[in-house]
Ligand binder design. Structure first.
Ligand SMILES: [Zn+2]
Length: 484
């Protein structure tokens, strides 16, 4: 399997550090608001990566943080505290906000068939980890105290920019207009490890530390949480491309300075979802959430399908029209699968294995989901029985998680119910007032034949009834009959 590594800028053969277990870390949400569907694109693609690793036989332990403290509205440690902002907006406590939006995040994940990572850890649970790391960074001269806070000293590193060749001007982009510089920093790139003094005197969550009562910076959270649950090395660290700088760059700086060795082998970054005007979270003033998609009548899984149709490293353009097209294509796919008969013979195991190889060939190439989706259409055209096709679809769907068979079976049942209701609604009136089951059955059979455009059969039944002395008259969705 080949994965694109953002740190080396090329596709690399995937070899885990420990053959028995792949260690995977995902940057989780800052729970101050609903996740928008652009964020959720990253989680969908990371979910596919995890499921694919399991599909090809790896054991995976995946850890995700929940940021419930320390994340300021600019990733460069300036601006407002996101959690405080959420609490003020909704007149609730920070912890109430954190709980509410954590639950909302996982509700969205369930709707999108995103598996919950093995470990989900709120940042506020791991204060001791951060203190341990920061203490050592201070002892070894990688960190310094200034103005009451503890900062990481980026000038101590031979190479700070891991992913891009940023320069000072690029950094200025991360520092939004109207936000004052933190004059406690020795170097512009330095970042906060521990706050005791910030402009937020009403910071609700504070802990004691060797440097005074305060709270951790955002970046240290992921280093502390991943080391607590996954140890000193990681195979895969994922996130959105917006996390590369400064967040992941800072995670590497502090983690490798602390550990004294390489920390992560593969950095996997999911590209943006943008609207045509370049915004990620809003379209024409509407905040794009899973709930909004549902309100507009879309199936959240159709959004997952939409995401899978593009490679994770390509920017994806969101528009309602694009989503409409995905929903239509998805409905059509489900309708075709609903046409497969579940029990038309034994599964051809050789064909199933061959299809699996075909899917692996596509996905091994840096998780090529658009080609993985194409395999579904190839299955429908394959020269094999329906039972084998259904087994192939179920196999591939254990990675793609589009609920293909469940949705197809539900559609088939719905169609069958509709047909039954229609036939039950067929009214038979005995004009002389004496119902006769045998005659009613004949009339229903004639109606079915007409519906199936089998007019010869319909005529045959009418003639047979006539021979028994029964005269019939068609009425809307029914028939009247009498003996003559
Ligand atoms: Zn992170």
């Amino acid at each position: 399997m080949y994965l694109y590594n953002s740190a080396s800028h090329k596709k690399e053969a995937f070899v885990p550090n420990h053959p028995e277990l792949v260690k995977m870390y995902t940057c989780g949400p800052t729970v101050y608001h609903f996740a928008h569907i652009g964020n959720l694109r990253s989680y969908i693609m990371e979910d596919v990566l995890e499921k694919y690793l399991r599909y090809v036989g790896y054991n995976v332990k995946r850890v995700m943080n929940i940021t419930d403290v320390g994340h300021l509205s600019s990733d460069a440690d300036t601006g407002e505290d996101k959690m405080l902002k959420g609490a003020k907006r909704e007149h609730k406590s920070v912890m109430e906000i954190a709980q509410y939006y954590t639950d909302a995040f996982f509700a969205d994940c369930r709707k999108l068939n995103i598996k919950r990572p093995d470990v989900v850890e709120p940042a506020t649970n791991c204060i001791d980890e951060y203190i341990k790391i920061i203490t050592k960074l201070l002892d070894t001269g990688y960190a310094y105290r200034s103005g009451g806070n503890v900062y990481f000293d980026t000038s101590r590193l031979p190479r700070y920019y891991i992913f891009n060749d940023h320069n000072e001007e690029d950094l200025a982009v991360g520092v939004r207009e109207g936000v004052e510089e933190d004059t406690n920093k020795r170097n512009r790139n330095d970042f906060v490890l521990w706050f005791t003094k910030s402009k937020f005197e009403d910071q609700a969550l504070k802990w004691d530390s060797p440097w005074g009562v305060g709270y951790p910076g955002w970046h240290i959270e992921c280093s502390g949480i991943s080391m607590k649950h996954l140890g000193e090395d990681l195979d895969i660290h994922c996130g959105g491309v917006d996390n590369m700088f400064p967040h992941h760059t800072n995670e590497i700086a502090q983690s490798e300075s602390y550990l004294g060795h390489k920390w992560v082998n593969y950095w996997v970054h999911v590209a943006h979802l943008n609207t045509a005007d370049g915004k990620m979270s809003k379209s024409k003033g509407e905040f794009l959430t899973v709930t909004l998609l549902e309100e507009k009548g879309y199936d959240p899984i159709a959004y997952r399908f939409f995401c899978l149709q593009s490679h994770y490293r390509k920017n994806l353009v969101f528009s309602w029209e694009n989503l409409d097209n995905a929903q239509k294509a998805f409905d059509k796919l489900i309708a075709r699968i609903a046409g497969l008969r579940p029990d038309d013979g034994a599964v051809d195991e050789a064909a199933l294995a061959a299809n699996r190889e075909k899917f692996i060939k596509q996905m091994d190439n840096d998780i090529n989901t658009p080609n993985g989706v194409t395999v579904l259409y190839d299955v429908l055209k394959a020269k094999t029985n329906d039972a084998t096709k259904r087994a192939m679809l179920a196999d591939v769907d254990s990675v793609l998680s589009l609920d293909l068979l469940r949705k197809a079976d539900a559609l088939r049942e719905k169609n069958a119910r509709a047909a039954a209701t229609q036939s039950a609604a067929f009214t038979v009136i005995a004009e002389d007032g004496t119902p006769d089951e045998a005659i009613e059955a004949q009339l229903r059979a004639r109606a079915e034949a007409k519906k199936a455009k089998n007019f010869a059969e319909a005529d045959r039944i009418r003639d047979a009834l006539k021979a028994q002395g029964i005269e019939l008259t068609d009425i809307p969705n029914g028939a009247k009959w009498k003996r003559v």
